[in-house]
Ligand binder design. Sequence first.
Ligand SMILES: Nc1ncnc2c1ncn2[C@@H]1O[C@H](COP(=O)(O)OP(=O)(O)OP(=O)(O)O)[C@@H](O)[C@H]1O
Ligand code: SF4
Ligand SMILES: [Mg+2]
Length: 330
Amino acid sequence: MSAPAATAAPLLEIEDLRVHFPLRRGLFGRAQGAVRAVDGVSLSMARGETLGLVGESGCGKSTLGNAILRIVEPSGGAIRLGGVDLARLEGEALRAARRKAQMVFQDPFASLDPRMRLGESIGEPLLVHGLARGAALRAKVSDLLARVGLQPEHADRYPPEFSGGQRQRLVIARALALSPDLVICDEPVSALDVSVRGQILNLLLELQRSLGTAFLFISHDLSVVRHVSDRIAVMYLGRIVEIAPRDTLFARPRHPYTQALISAIPLPDPKAQRARRRIILSGEIPSPARPPSGCSFHTRCPLATERCRTEIPVLAPATDGSQVACHLAT
Ligand SMILES: Nc1ncnc2c1ncn2[C@@H]1O[C@H](COP(=O)(O)OP(=O)(O)OP(=O)(O)O)[C@@H](O)[C@H]1O
Ligand code: SF4
Ligand SMILES: [Mg+2]
């Protein structure tokens, strides 16, 4: 799980990305404001890196992942994958670029057609893009099944014969069929039994190492993200508030929101758990249709000052390779 040299050109560069969903009264009414699901996100990912994206429900994680693949249309900003600006592509050029980035969704039951044999489901992207057929296609499908820990003979069976964990393996195999540079996993283990979550996370770790694929790993659960990520980005109300190497984030969380999230993770040692100070955030998460002025976290931040109510903190580099958006962070 080592990130490539920082000097290499980034695989993914996102600049000031915004996704605003218009709020309408009635079906054909005029737009009355907007839900700012993603509100000025800039980040980059190196080849082969796993970036964890974490934050509470509704903070915009899925919208950000979907906007990268143009499953939802960005309202503004740039998304460059391998130097190509996806936000400007259309038609065939967009389809070709999309082969380089694939998505794994939360629900493996909804992601696979129950009437298609597994071999067909996994081989379909290769067939559609004219990359393999006949014996070569069967060999590639067998190889993909083996990579995700399944048997070649499973190719002739149907999804309903498999458990949730096995199905998520199949969804991952299909996402890898076109040898993408980037796989976006949106809560890939949230729908699975706790007992199989670890197995799927370990599979993702193995694939990172053996294939060198980059993963954007989305989860509301910081302890899940911790298991697989090289770096972690923390999102709050449509913005990134902190990005840091995984171990730095846990050893020295700088943003008060990150500190609160980490303090909520249960510790395995009961004595340490009792001694630990849990930071309880007051108040509800504000609506992304009416984000607070200044620092959007100020309504819940235990350290908020007058400045926080008026001035938006920018995501700025700190001394140890992390970036943080807080007026008080050093
Ligand atoms: N198509 C849409 N139209 C209008 N609003 C939307 C749409 N999709 C998402 N939203 C809103 O955008 C905000 C961000 O939603 P998003 O699904 O990206 O959050 P999330 O972080 O993935 O949450 P979760 O952890 O629950 O999956 C929410 O307020 C949501 O209601
Ligand atoms: S800028 Fe102010 S309100 Fe925002 S996180 Fe920092 S201290 Fe809290
Ligand atoms: Mg989501």
